[in-house]
Design a protein around this ligand. Structure first.
Ligand SMILES: Nc1ncnc2c1ncn2[C@@H]1O[C@H](COP(=O)(O)OP(=O)(O)O)[C@@H](O)[C@H]1O
Ligand SMILES: [Mg+2]
Length: 464
């Protein structure tokens, strides 16, 4: 593709340059020729008129001696002088033995002079030489008495033109060669980025992501190259994220599956016939299965949220009733872990929210707060307030806190600060990712602040 583009370009350039060159050479040569011939014509027409002015008497007298003037004049201006009578018959010829005398001449220049008009014309002789015919009428009382005809060689002009033509051809040839070389070079330079880009795109089509092409300029080509690079690195990131995601998902599914397998196998291998033991093992299997299905559900929900597959159904809801609803869902869990649940939500706050999503958000945050509360004296506080139309929700606990190292990754899928602990509490590490997506779907933001004995998640949701 590159080859042909390059050659197409080089060919076009060369063609344009050569055509222009040819055209201008032709123009220059033609106008040079016209210029030379016209000035020669002018000069000889004057000569013809001068001879014609004196020729009046000669023609009328018919005295051969009186032709001497014409002959002499002709010699001086390198022209053959002919005098013709009013019938077009030669009565004097300055050339050699006057061999045209007595003959009729029928050139168009003669005819036009007979009609009273001076005339000039270039003729090529049989030997290829160029001559100029000039005729001027000799008038007496407006009557054409005869004609003066000058014949002069144009060889000097045509020789000069020939020389100029030779030089022009040589010059055109040199310029032409330079132009061809330059076009090829230029086409190469111009098509190089296209070639690189094409190679890049081809590589990408084959699944090589993260390909870079050099950005060589700031023009459209350069912009295209840098846009390509951006696209390529985005694709690379997407591809990397996709691989990581698959790896993570498989990893997450593996451990509950491993537990189930181990439990089932130990039951199969045991000679135990106490139904209680079976029951215990089966209930463990049941738990692991729940965990798996929760994981699958959360994963699917998160993917839908991320792909904007969840439609936001906003309606005016009382924030207090929302909080109370979630707290009631988690009450027994809190009690089991000796955590006290508190709320500080004004009764009158209403906000336009998607109730389902808000329940998920609050459930995840409060659930985490309970999970990561201290074994004794845990207090989880849920607060809400309105600030210039925005709804601000805070979930605070007095647990172990989150270290600054973990905070940037907290909202990543499957991220857990304390791997062992949170898996033991049954967490998938997807909760906060879902929370963040759900908050963003509301056009809001989420922030975390954490110190040793305190963690606060704060959500700000603007007016709809
Ligand atoms: N209130 C909290 N206090 C301490 N750590 C927390 C708190 N909330 C979340 N985390 C940390 O953030 C991680 C991610 O939370 P989340 O996405 O909800 O996953 P999960 O709860 O399933 O472990 C948790 O594993 C935990 O390490
Ligand atoms: Mg969680």
């Amino acid at each position: 593709m590159n080859k042909s583009l390059k050659w197409k370009m080089a060919g076009t350039y060369t063609f344009i340059i050569l055509a222009t060159l040819l055209f201008f050479s032709w123009m220059i040569l033609t106008s040079l020729e016209n210029h030379y011939i016209e000035s020669r014509e002018k000069a000889y027409l004057t000569h013809a008129n001068i001879i014609g002015g004196t020729g009046q008497e000669m023609l009328l007298s018919g005295d051969r001696n009186s032709f001497y003037f014409a002959r002499d004049y002709g010699d001086k201006i390198d022209a053959r002088v002919l005098m013709l009578n009013s019938n077009g018959k030669v009565i004097m010829d300055s050339f050699g033995e006057a061999w045209l005398e007595g003959r009729l001449i029928k050139h168009k220049e003669v005819n036009s002079a007979l009609a009273g008009e001076s005339s000039a014309g270039v003729h090529q002789l049989k030997d290829g030489k160029h001559v100029l015919y000039i005729t001027a009428p000799v008038l007496n009382h407006q009557q054409v008495q005869g004609i003066v005809m000058l014949v002069t060689s144009l060889e000097d002009i045509y020789n000069t033109l020939e020389q100029v033509r030779g030089q022009v051809i040589l010059l055109s040839f040199l310029v032409g060669i330079t132009a061809v070389l330059l076009s090829m070079f230029l086409a190469g330079v111009l098509t190089k980025p296209v070639q690189e880009l094409t190679t890049g795109v081809e590589k990408m089509t084959r699944g090589e992501f993260g390909v870079r092409v050099p950005v060589r300029s700031k023009d459209e080509m350069g912009r295209m190259a840098s846009a390509f690079n951006t696209m390529s690195s985005k694709l690379e990131r997407v591809e990397k994220a996709r691989r990581e995601f698959i790896a993570n998902v498989s990893h997450e599914f593996k451990s509950p599956l491993g537990s189930i397998k181990a439990l089932a196998q130990s039951l199969l291998n045991s000679r135990e016939d106490d139904p209680e033991v079976y029951r215990e093992f089966l209930s463990d299997i049941d738990l692991e299965t729940d965990r798996l299905s929760r994981l699958a559900d959360e994963l699917m929900y998160l993917v839908r949220l991320e792909e904007k597959g969840v439609e936001l159904k906003r309606q005016e809801v009382s924030v207090l009733s929302l909080v109370e609803h979630v707290l009631s869902l988690l009450q027994s869990k809190a009690q089991a872990q000796n955590v006290e649940l508190k709320e500080d939500v004004p009764e009158d706050i209403k906000h336009s929210l998607d109730a389902d999503l808000m329940v998920r958000i609050l459930f995840n945050l409060i659930d985490n707060a309970i999970k990561y509360s201290p074994p004794r004296g845990g207090i989880v506080l849920v607060q809400a307030r309105e600030a210039s139309g925005d709804l601000v929700l805070r979930v605070q606990d007095n647990g172990e806190g989150i270290t600054g190292d973990d905070i940037p990754y907290l909202f990543n899928r499957f991220y857990r600060a304390d791997k062992a602990r949170s898996r033991e509490t049954g967490g998938s590490g997807l909760g906060l990712s879902i929370v963040k997506q759900a908050v963003q779907l509301h056009g809001g933001v989420i922030n975390v602040e954490s110190s040793n004995k305190k963690t606060v998640f704060e959500i700000t949701i603007p007016k709809a």
